[in-house]
Design a binder for this molecule. Sequence first.
Ligand code: THU
Length: 129
Amino acid sequence: MFPEDLLRAARTVAENAYAPYSKFTVGAAIMADDGRIFTGCNVENVSFGLTVCAERIALFKAVSEGVRHFTALALCAPESVTPCGACRQVLAEFCEPNLPIALTTGADDTIQMTTLGALFPSPFDTDAL
Ligand code: THU
């Protein structure tokens, strides 16, 4: 069973999204292996390329608090969307391919389930670095 509080956290934090340009408000909530929840929303900028996605903000908040192991991710957007390619690579740095990802909208209780590995089977990685 996917944690209901993680879904709720993603829906709630989407309300904080700063998205005056796209109007596309996104909330992400990632659960640490100790059960703690870290949330993030998208934060846009008038220099569009400086925008940071909700997923990366949630993950970076967790990592900056010393957390590096995760058990689930919930994403809430106006329509059911999957994490962008950049966020998939960043998630792959810290999360296993079997990470469950729930995709939802704020509007109803419909959730779509996937995994990081299904979305991003071949992340960049190397032993050379
Ligand atoms: N966005 C996210 O926050 N996460 C994603 O996975 C895809 C896109 C944001 C970035 C931008 O603020 C808005 O959605 C439209 O692209």
